[in-house]
Design a protein around this ligand. Structure first.
Ligand SMILES: Nc1nc2c(ncn2[C@@H]2O[C@H](COP(=O)(O)OP(=O)(O)OP(=O)(O)O)[C@@H](O)[C@H]2O)c(=O)[nH]1
Ligand SMILES: [Mg+2]
Length: 446
């Protein structure tokens, strides 16, 4: 400031110094206040972190991990869960079309009259009834195209469309098995998460409406196909049970094709969509007076995806390992030489033995109780034919499920990397409401 300025405006000088004092005081106050805010934010984050529980869902493909997550969402955040119902429509349409195409393939219903007799024992000794041949002729092409279109929309590397080779000899069996679990084919990646379908692909509505129209045309034939005694016995003779497969909507064709159909909660739980990469879901739980947050980390269970699991182990407090009670007479989609129960037990053993998870508590869901019941009681499957050590025990649901549970617990006792409890439960993820079942978890998590 100039000398002139000093003499002419002395009051200004003093006012300036007061101002700067005031400014300094204000700055200090602001700094203090910022500090307090930061401390409060840190405290809030700490408290939030403490009330946040990261839960990993592990287990082989198709065991029901994603279904368990959906079940939790339905129980704890029903509004947002149901708001996404329409997004599951193309998945359910694809599941249905896939089941129909699997039957057409398995029974060779689109074999032309001029085709050579089949070389497999089954096909050569069975003449296709004329009504079924005509039915196959009416729907096969349309549904093959539709399957390819829907899977092309949902998966970025889609499984091959429903191709129909002229014969179904024994060496083609693995291919058929593979088709049966098409939606968990190795290497398939989803184009979008279900919740993003609507916004992510502009053709969504066109595709869904087109699928609806084709299904409406085919629904009566689909119903006749599934009700046909020749089809039922033909599938049984080949050991194919679509009703035990994921994404089973065969009895629901007319309902799914209807113009105003919106998937119900039960449909969403039953819909099958492979988890292509790990997904995290936040769930707020109101338990008594407390509010807790669960971060559910759902991974893909196919062999090719398991190598990536370890990166999600950090900060995990709990593992929910989901295994299927019905794996004992199934083989892997990735390798038809490997029994699924053997594979699951090995995977469980590795998780129990894993040192990175030594401080993590374990919950084991032995899932698909309803299918176990259907296999043992309706399909007459003998557990001992697949697990010799079962010997002459009764082939009923309580005995078999208890035996399977014991097989898992034995692995845990022998291989667990630390002393900890394991909470093992028999579940049916498509019907149970897990909100009623929080007692399945160790106390400190709920
Ligand atoms: N009937 C029946 N079906 C079930 C049950 N649990 C799951 N499913 C069905 O089994 C299929 C596979 O379930 P998912 O939850 O997708 O399996 P996942 O373990 O997530 O499989 P990946 O994502 O491949 O690792 C779906 O169609 C489910 O509806 C059950 O308890 N009973
Ligand atoms: Mg999944």
């Amino acid at each position: 400031m100039s000398a002139q300025g000093k003499s002419i405006w002395p009051w200004l000088r003093s006012s300036n110094s007061q101002n700067s004092l005031q400014q300094a005081a204000e700055a200090e106050a602001r700094q203090r206040s910022d500090m307090i805010d930061m401390e409060l934010a840190a405290e809030r984050a700490r408290l939030q972190q403490e009330s946040k529980t990261k839960i990993l869902l592990l287990g082989p493909s198709e065991a029901g991990k994603t279904t368990v997550v959906k079940n939790f969402q339905l129980a704890f955040t029903p509004k947002s869960f149901l708001a996404q119902a329409a997004a599951w429509l193309p998945v359910i349409q694809l599941n249905l079309v896939h089941s129909v195409n699997t039957i057409l393939d398995a029974l060779d219903l689109v074999r032309s009259d001029s085709a050579e007799p089949e070389d497999s024992e089954y096909q050569s000794s069975h003449t296709i009834p004329e009504d079924l041949r005509q039915l196959g002729g009416r729907i096969a092409e349309k549904l093959a195209e539709l399957e390819s279109e829907l899977s092309g929309e949902l998966y970025s590397s889609a499984p091959p469309p429903s191709s129909r080779p002229p014969s179904r000899s024994d060496h083609e069996r693995p291919r058929l098995q593979h088709r049966l679990s098409m939606v968990s084919v190795r290497g398939v990646t989803l184009r979008h998460k279900p919740t993003e379908f609507q916004s992510a692909f502009p053709s969504w509505k066109i595709v869904v409406d087109r699928a609806r129209a084709i299904l409406a045309e085919c629904a009566p034939d689909i119903a006749s196909l599934w009700a046909h005694p020749w089809v039922r016995s033909g599938l049984k003779a080949q050991g194919i049970h679509p009703e035990h497969q994921p994404g089973y909507f065969l009895p629901d064709a007319a309902r799914i094709a209807s113009p105003h159909y919106l998937p119900t909660p039960e449909d969403i739980l039953r819909a099958r969509l492979t988890t292509a990469s790990a997904e995290e879901h936040s769930l707020m739980l109101d338990v008594g007076m407390a509010r807790k947050e669960w971060l559910l980390c759902d991974v893909g269970g196919s062999r090719s995806q398991r190598g990536a699991w370890a990166q999600y182990f950090d900060d995990a407090k709990l593992v929910i390992f989901v295994a299927s009670l019905t794996a004992f007479d199934e083989t892997l989609a990735e390798d038809s030489a490997v029994n699924r129960l053997t594979d699951t037990l090995l995977l469980w053993r590795n998780i129990c033995a894993n040192k990175l998870l030594a401080s993590v508590e374990l919950v084991l869901f032995l899932n698909k109780l309803d299918i176990l019941k259907a296999k043992l009681e309706n399909a007459g499957v003998a557990f001992v034919h697949h697990v010799n050590s079962f010997k002459s025990r009764p082939n009923d649901v309580p005995t078999v499920s208890k035996y399977i549970k014991e097989m898992f617990l034995a692995q845990y006792r022998q291989y667990s990397s630390s002393e900890r409890k394991v909470f093992a439960h028999i579940t049916c993820a498509v019907v149970s409401r897990f909100s009623d079942r929080l007692h399945l978890f160790p106390d400190r998590f709920v």
